[in-house]
Design a protein around this ligand. Structure first.
Ligand code: AMP
Ligand code: MG
Length: 538
């Protein structure tokens, strides 16, 4: 279908609620916390809030719904996306899912503070679920309040849009709204709760179906509902897999493995660490979903995790994300298995995941280095030595690879010296004065190998740098930038949110005058909560 650029008003949004129409609903209608059986969702109303105030919206996400930017400035927009008003055709509900958290089956989780408002069919025929996060309790809220605070909502809003502009599959964010109600949070679970401003974001994605949505029915041996959900998923989002049945169930799993493998490599490419890769935070569409205690690598370190809850085990650290996704996919396989009754096809596809992941990772590394492929003898050793160098002396991953585009250019000039390369890479080192002669020798040796490799790889002058700059972003949503925007917003200054949203719209462009946003993390932020340590509290 052709994309259509006409615009409509909020009132003209066309809702087509396939999820609630085609899947079994919870028969109980009282909104109280409980186990919900034999149902994919519970209908529930968003909480009304006293003083909603729109802080920002994403015009690109609005455009997915054919809404022009001006629609976001209407009072009704704020009323709808704070949860105060429903548009005709909306059918608010929370979905039932389970999940493995930190390696253990956690039973029923579900949308504890997410309320799906309804599915929009845009003018191009694309389906988008609108979902409020932080709009009050649902039957799945367990012992929590169903609310969200400004801090975590701002982080999710900006990061999901940043990921999109980096070209990485993700759920989107439409709006960020203050509710006017304070919310109590114990940010570090240390007995010091504090009141924080409450906020609601509206997230947008074709669907928010997680691995855990399938797992819950398999765990309860509710095969009828499991099959209904799987059939629905195939018919609605994977129609090319054919009619639901043995083959398409297996094909669905294959697609989930492929899209997830790709996603993991994309995270590695830009230094993104999700932080809570539980199976309830894994999208069946292979989207980045549920931005909580995520973080961005500063100094390159495969063992780094932003999540304080994960600090001891480092289950979800940067370098393990590919493996963890594989583990999570095995849980999805277990959930789909009863519909197929054979393990062999799942095992085969899971093995294939590792092959696809490795292949994508290799292609990604080649692209980051400005090479067409990594296949010559010695390439593996070259990449390995590079990462050892990055680990040896704290080196900012983003700055390093961005500068490498320039380094690659000058390396091909005969008279270039290691000193020139060093000067280009200088901003990437956290303690450049402590590199020492031995390290410099190793770096020089690596550069010599890299230069030979570049020479063997055909390419025109300048063209390689352009290619490299398209995969090595200049601007990422650095942890401390998020924290600065939060500090400002909590003090009533929302300007930095708009500035960051604008900056992160063009992460691969130089953007003269904004270089300070691409600088190394300042020392004050090294151990500052929110900048380097985050909890799940949100
Ligand atoms: P997460 O680790 O953020 O993905 O959340 C795991 C589960 O906890 C999900 O079922 C969430 O809906 C639920 N949850 C997280 N925070 C809250 C909250 N403030 N109120 C209700 N449920 C929550
Ligand atoms: Mg979650």
């Amino acid at each position: 279908m052709q994309p259509r650029h006409e615009t409509i008003t909020l009132e003209e949004l066309r809702f087509d609620n396939s999820f609630t129409r085609e899947l079994p609903a919870d028969q109980e209608t009282v909104n109280r916390r409980r186990q919900v059986h034999a149902a994919c969702f519970s209908r529930v109303q968003p909480l009304k809030v006293p003083m909603p105030q729109l802080l920002t919206c994403s015009p690109e996400t609005a455009a997915l719904l054919n809404l022009p930017k001006e629609e976001c400035n209407r009072d009704i927009f704020t009323q709808v996306f704070s949860g105060n008003t429903l548009l005709p055709g909306m059918d608010p509900h929370a979905t039932c899912y389970g999940g493995h958290q930190f390696g253990n089956w956690a039973g029923q989780l579900g949308d504890g503070r997410a309320i799906n408002l309804g599915e929009v069919l845009n003018l191009s025929g694309e389906r988008y679920m609108l979902q409020l996060k932080g709009a009050g309790p649902t039957p799945y809220s367990r012992n929590a309040d169903g609310l969200a605070v400004l801090r975590s909502s701002l982080r999710e809003f900006l990061c999901s849009e940043a990921m999109h502009h980096l070209g990485i599959p993700t759920t989107r964010a439409l709006s960020l709204i203050l509710t006017g109600d304070p919310v109590e949070r114990d940010m570090f679970y240390d007995g010091h709760p504090k009141e924080e401003p409450g906020a609601v974001i509206c997230r947008v994605a074709p669907n928010f179906i997680r691995f855990g949505n399938f797992e819950i029915f398999a765990a309860r041996n509710d095969l009828a509902t499991l099959q209904q959900l799987t059939n629905y998923t195939i018919n609605t989002f994977f129609p090319h897999l054919g009619t639901p049945g043995r083959n398409s169930y297996i094909a669905l799993f294959r697609e989930a493995c492929r899209s997830t493998a790709k996603l993991m490599v994309e995270w590695l490419r830009v230094g993104f660490v999700h932080g809570v890769m539980n199976t309830d935070n894994m999208s069946i569409l292979g989207l980045t979903i549920d931005y909580g205690p995520y973080g961005w690598l500063e100094g390159y370190d495969p063992a780094w995790t932003p999540n304080t809850t994960d600090a001891a085990g480092r289950r979800y650290c940067y370098g393990r994300q590919g493996q963890i996704a594989h583990w999570n996919l095995a849980k999805l396989a277990n959930a789909l298995y009863p519909l197929v009754g054979e393990t062999a096809p799942f095992e085969e596809i899971l093995q294939d995941y590792s092959r696809i992941f490795d292949q994508h990772r290799q292609e990604m590394m080649a692209a980051k280095l400005g090479l067409r492929n990594l296949s010559s003898t010695g390439d593996e050793a070259m990449v390995e030595e590079l990462f050892l160098l990055l680990i040896e002396k704290e080196t900012d991953m983003t700055i390093f690879f961005r500068a490498l585009g320039e380094v690659a250019e000058i390396l091909l000039e005969d008279e270039c010296s290691v000193e020139e390369c060093r000067a280009l890479l200088h901003p990437a080192w956290y303690q450049p004065e402590e590199l020492g002669p031995e390290y410099m020798q190793r770096l020089a040796a690596w550069l010599a190998v890299y230069r030979e490799r570049l020479r063997a790889d055909a390419g025109e002058r300048g063209e390689r740098r352009m290619r490299m700059h398209r995969v090595n972003p200049k601007y990422v949503f650095r942890n401390y930038l998020a924290q600065q925007a939060i500090d400002q917003a909590e003090a009533g200054n929302y300007e930095p949110i708009s500035e960051l949203l604008d900056l992160l719209r063009r992460p691969y462009d130089e953007q003269p005058g904004r270089e300070h946003f691409a600088a190394r993390r300042p020392e004050w932020a090294r151990n500052r909560p929110g900048s380097s340590m985050l909890s799940c509290s949100s």
